[in-house]
Design a protein around this ligand. Structure first.
Ligand code: AFD
Ligand code: MN
Ligand code: MN
Length: 431
């Protein structure tokens, strides 16, 4: 497999830390054994866990006010893929990429697929973009795309989604994620029911174009760019649409797309129960769709979500198998560093959720022992599982300390030289 980080450097950095890691791992192993947990089982599961990187996350993000580009940003999908390869080499838990079209459109998809194959990266859910007009676009999305009052704009948006499915097929992806910015900014501007009917009719056309083994994932979002109403504003509308469209359509939960303090883990549970959980866009938020780094603000919430996911896994819940993706906007950090760290934080939540004694928890729940039930979760959350994560990385040839290696490698500086800024570069800033 083609590597972008010098293996000698990686091995030397790991060698410096290996003996400390072995001691910490052994100590944690003893502690877990007292609770009848086999550390090796957990480490193996940690090693299997993967979360996809969004191609658009490798560039510096921005806000409505400005974008402050970083040094050595990728200027096209090939360079984004290079950064994704680095993120995966070091973290060992991001073996797939979620592309966004038309930002990532290329003339020769086989060349793109080949580059990904060489890096050992897979393509997952393809994203369509009907939330902005492309240069020269004949019918605008200013007043919506799939729900636009004008048929010509709706048809364009439908066709774009069908094209995106085709690109995805060439790359080997198996799902389409649809997020639209459609909505209204003024009370009375839009007839709610008619707009939703138009959206559903358009989505039916896209659904018809799905290959047999594909899924379609709908992403809800409470506000922005429409600030009064959004066509799929919450999980209720999302689920209604997914149920209307059929079994291949499921809901995708982006953590930043809910009102502050919403009980997202309960939404996750409901979607699991009705076989409608398609996937996740992980990120963190304080106020709205902040797109902050996963686990940077609400690690307990992220753990509680994984508690539901691991519970479904434990119960062999039928129809369960969500796609895990990050969706973040990095304004003040090196995007590669944020993505490495965030992927590991998501993996950390998963591993902690594995430590919950499910049978004990069910017992406390049945017996209405609220305090012990909550402590069963809290005790797992409070355990520092870093040695397990580091050991999982070491065993697959990744870094014990990914960020230290990344900085030692001087990757960003090298990219700043290799990738002089391109004012026409696409794909960064609008997430
Ligand atoms: C925007 C949306 C949504 C979507 C992303 C990529 O809020 O999160 O997943 O763009 O289309 O951030
Ligand atoms: Mn998202
Ligand atoms: Mn978002």
């Amino acid at each position: 497999m083609k590597k972008r980080i010098d293996s000698a450097l990686l091995e030397a950095e790991n060698a410096k830390r290996e003996s400390d890691l072995n001691s910490d791992y052994a100590a944690l192993g003893e502690k877990l054994a007292r609770a009848d947990i086999d550390i090796e089982t957990i480490t193996a599961k940690a090693g299997e866990f993967q979360v996809a990187v969004p191609s658009w996350g490798t560039g510096t993000g921005g806000t409505r006010f400005a974008r402050f580009p970083g040094e050595g940003e990728p200027r096209n999908i090939f360079e984004k893929l290079e950064d994704c390869a680095v993120i995966n080499e070091l973290s060992g838990c991001t073996d797939s990429v979620s592309p966004h079209f038309p930002w990532d459109k290329v003339d020769d998809f086989s060349e793109l697929k080949q580059q990904a194959d060489e890096y050992g990266l897979k393509w997952v859910s393809v994203n369509s973009n009907t939330f902005q007009d492309q240069p020269g676009q004949e019918h605008s999305y200013k007043y919506g795309s799939l729900s636009n009052t004008q048929k010509a704009s709706r048809d364009l948006a439908i066709q774009h989604n069908l094209d995106v499915i085709e690109y995805g097929q060439k790359l080997g992806a198996k799902s389409l994620t649809v997020w639209v910015g459609d909505g209204s900014n003024h009370p009375g501007q839009q007839h709610f029911q008619r707009a939703f009917e138009r959206y559903l009719a358009s989505m039916e056309e896209i659904y018809k174009g799905l290959p047999d083994d594909w899924e379609m994932h709908i992403e809800h979002k409470m506000f922005e760019p429409a600030f009064y109403s959004t066509i799929i504003q919450d999980w209720g509308s999302n689920l209604l649409a997914a149920m209307h469209l059929g079994p291949k359509c499921k809901s995708l939960v982006d953590l930043g797309h809910h009102a502050p303090n919403t009980n997202i883990e309960m939404i996750v549970s409901r979607l699991i129960q009705f076989k409608k959980l398609g996937g996740f866009h992980f990120n963190d938020s304080k106020y709205g769709d902040d797109d902050l780094d996963s686990g940077s603000l609400h690690p307990y919430q992220q753990f509680l979500i994984f508690n539901e996911l691991v519970d479904a896994e434990y119960r062999n819940q039928e129809g369960f198998g969500p796609a895990y993706m990050l969706d973040q906007s990095h304004n003040v950090t090196d995007p590669a560093e944020s993505l490495i760290n965030s992927a590991i934080e998501v993996q950390r939540s998963y591993v902690k959720a594995l430590l919950v004694n499910r049978e004990a928890l069910y017992g406390f729940q049945e017996g209405n022992d609220a305090l012990m039930a909550s402590l069963e979760l809290k005790n797992a959350f409070n355990l520092d599982v870093s040695p397990i994560l580091a050991m999982a990385r070491l065993r697959k040839g990744s870094a014990i300390d990914p960020l230290a290696v990344y900085r030692q490698a001087g990757y960003r500086k090298a990219m700043a030289e290799a990738r002089p800024r391109d004012p026409n570069a696409t794909g960064s800033g609008i997430v």
